[in-house]
Design a protein around this ligand. Structure first.
Ligand SMILES: O=C([O-])CC(=O)C(=O)O
Ligand SMILES: [Mg+2]
Length: 496
C-alpha cells in the first residue's frame, strides 16, 4: 500500500494493481480485501472507465479471453484453450456501451476483468473459477478505428444475423464446455442487444444482466433503506427516471414488481407510479407507436413534456433517478424543484463514471439545502454543508452481483428468477444500520462487504431452494455459515 500510494494519478495506481494481479494474485486479493474502500475506485469504477478508454496504450499483457468474428466456427476450441477448466462465472461484454462512455470496442475488456476481481474480492469466488470474455465484433468508434494502439478488429460492428450467430455459438459452447451451472453475466452491451440476449438465453442458461438486473436490485435496496428516513411504503412514492435504457427500465420494473408483491395490485397498476424521461421527453402513451419495446410498459397517459425540469414540476416525484449515461443533467433548477416538492428529496445519480454522474454529491446537498438523500453510481467523498457531514452512498451493482453470484453457486442454481433479485435487495437493505441512516446513508459501508455478500448469497440461495431451482442437495441448514465457508480467502499458509 505504501508503494501504491506513491502514485498520485489514479490510472497509475490502476496499472500498478494490474501488474500486481499478474505478478502475485494472492497479494493482489489480500490488498484489495483489506483496503476495499480505498482500492475499489482504483480497480473498478471510476478508474476502470479511464483505463478502458486508454486500454490500447497502457496494454502490457493480455488479460481475459477475446473471441472475435474470426473465431466463428471455432469458439468451443477457443474456450478449451483457456488454461482453467473449472469455470463458475463468466462476465462477458461486447464493449458497445462501456459504463456511460459509449462504444470502446474490445478495450471494454477492463470491465469483465474488473467485475471478476470483485467477484473474488467481495464475493469470495476463486480467481481461477472466473473467466473474463470480450466478444470482438468490431467498433463504431471512429477514433479507435484510427488509433494505432487499438487492439481489436478494425471494422465497423457486425450486426443482425452475423452478430446473433456469433453470440449463439458462444452461448452454446459455454454450456457445452462448462455445463448448466456456469453463470454468464452480460455486462455493458448496448440496449438493443442487452434486452434481446437476456430474453433469449434466460430460459436455457444461467444468465444475468448486471446493468438491468444488478442495478435494479441495488437501487431497490437503497429505496427500501431510505423508507426508514422518509417514511411510508414504496407504494406511497412517485418515481421519475431520466434515462429509459437498461438501468432505468430494469430498476423501474423491479420497483413495480416489489410494490405489486407488497400490495397485491397487478403490475400494470403499480407501473403507473413510475415515469421515465428519455432523450425525447416524458414517455407518454401518444409516443407508443415509435417507442422501443422495452419502453412501452412505461407509456402512461399524460400530455407530452420535453425537458426534465418540466417533467419534475408536472409529475412531482418523491424519488428522482438518473440512469441516462449523460453527466450534469440534474441541474440546479432540477434539484431545487425536487427540494421544493419534498422535504427530503431522494436523488440517485447513477451514471458512471464520475464524469457522467447526473450531479455531484456536493451539488445535491447544497442545492437542496442539506435535505437531499443522495446516492450515486460512482463514489463521492463525504460533503460538509452547514457544519454537518453528509456521507453519500454508492448505489453501484458491486454491492449485489458478487453475493448474488455466490448464492447461485452455493445452491447450484440453474436459472435466475426475479424473486432472487428481490431477495438480494432485501438482504442488502437489512445491512443498513441506524448509524448509517444517521449520516443519511442508505447503503452500508463497503468495508463490511464480504459479510454483506455472504448474507445476500444466503438469501438468494434460500430463494433458489424455495423455487426448486437449486441443484445442490441436500440444502445446507445454515446458509450464511455455508456461504462464508465457501468463500475464497487469500491466506498465507504457515508451514511451521
Ligand atoms: O460498472 C459499474 O460501475 C456499474 C455498471 O455496471 C455500469 O455503469 O455499467
Ligand atoms: Mg455495467
Amino acid at each position: 500500500m505504501h508503494n501504491l500510494r506513491q502514485y498520485e494519478v489514479p490510472l497509475q495506481r490502476y496499472m500498478a494493481m494490474m501488474d500486481l494481479q499478474e505478478r502475485n494474485e494472492r497479494l493482489f486479493y489480500k490488498l484489495l480485501i483489506d483496503n476495499v474502500e480505498e482500492l475499489l475506485p482504483v480497480v473498478y469504477t471510476p478508474t476502470v472507465g479511464e483505463a478502458c478508454q486508454k486500454y490500447g496504450s497502457i496494454f502490457r499483457r493480455p488479460q481475459g479471453l477475446y473471441i472475435s468474428l474470426k473465431e466463428k466456427g471455432k469458439i468451443l476450441e477457443v474456450l478449451k484453450n483457456w488454461p482453467e477448466r473449472n469455470i463458475q462465472v463468466i462476465v462477458v461484454t461486447d464493449g458497445e456501451r462501456i459504463l456511460g462512455l459509449g462504444d470502446l470496442g474490445c478495450q471494454g475488456m477492463g470491465i469483465p476483468v474488473g467485475k471478476l476481481s470483485l467477484y473474488t474480492a467481495l464475493g469470495g469466488l476463486r480467481p481461477s473459477a472466473c473467466l473474463p470474455v470480450t466478444i470482438d465484433v468490431g467498433t463504431n468508434n471512429g477514433k479507435l478505428l484510427n488509433d494505432e494502439f487499438y487492439i481489436g478488429l478494425r471494422q465497423r460492428r457486425a450486426t443482425g444475423q452475423e452478430y446473433a450467430e456469433l453470440l449463439d455459438e458462444f452461448m452454446t459452447a459455454v454450456k457445452k464446455n462448462y455445463g448448466e451451472k456456469v453463470i454468464v453475466q452480460f455486462e455493458d452491451f448496448a440496449n438493443h442487444n442487452a434486452f434481446e440476449l437476456l430474453a433469449k438465453y434466460s430460459p436455457t442458461h444461467l444468465v444475468f444482466n448486471d446493468d438491468i438486473q444488478g442495478t435494479a436490485s441495488v437501487v431497490l435496496a437503497g429505496l427500501l433503506a431510505a423508507l426508514k428516513l422518509v417514511g411510508g411504503t414504496l407504494a406511497d412514492h412517485t418515481f421519475l427516471f431520466l434515462g429509459a435504457g437498461e438501468a432505468g427500465t430494469g430498476i423501474a420494473e423491479l420497483i413495480a414488481l416489489e410494490i405489486s408483491k407488497q400490495t397485491n395490485a397487478p403490475l400494470e397498476e403499480t407501473r403507473k407510479k413510475i415515469w421515465l424521461v428519455d432523450s425525447k421527453g416524458l414517455i407518454v402513451s401518444s409516443r407508443k407507436g415509435s417507442l422501443q419495446h422495452f419502453k412501452k410498459p412505461w407509456a402512461h397517459d399524460h400530455e407530452p413534456i420535453k425537458g426534465l425540469l418540466d417533467a419534475v414540476k408536472a409529475i412531482k416525484p418523491t424519488v428522482l433517478i438518473g440512469s441516462s449515461g449523460v453527466g450534469k443533467t440534474f441541474t440546479k433548477e432540477v434539484v431545487e424543484a425536487m427540494a421544493s416538492i419534498n422535504e427530503k428529496p431522494l436523488i440517485l445519480a447513477l451514471s458512471n463514471p464520475t464524469s457522467q454522474s447526473e450531479c455531484t454529491a456536493e451539488e445535491a446537498y447544497t442545492w437542496s439545502e442539506g435535505r437531499a438523500i443522495f446516492a450515486s453510481g460512482s463514489p463521492f467523498d463525504p460533503v460538509e454543508y452547514n457544519s454537518r457531514v453528509f456521507v453519500p452512498g454508492q448505489a453501484n451493482n458491486a454491492y449485489i452481483f458478487p453475493g448474488f453470484g455466490l448464492g447461485l453457486v452455493i445452491s447450484g442454481a440453474i436459472r435466475v428468477h426475479d424473486d432472487m433479485l428481490l431477495a438480494a435487495s432485501e438482504a442488502l437493505a437489512e445491512q443498513v444500520k441506524q448509524e448509517n441512516l444517521d449520516k443519511v446513508l442508505i447503503y452500508p459501508p463497503f468495508s463490511n462487504i464480504r459479510k454483506i455478500s455472504a448474507n445476500i448469497a444466503a438469501k438468494v440461495a434460500a430463494k433458489a431452494y424455495e423455487l426448486g431451482l437449486a441443484s445442490r442437495l441436500p440444502r445446507p441448514k445454515d446458509l450464511v455459515k455455508y456461504a462464508e465457508s465457501c468463500m475464497y480467502s487469500p491466506l498465507y499458509r504457515s508451514y511451521r
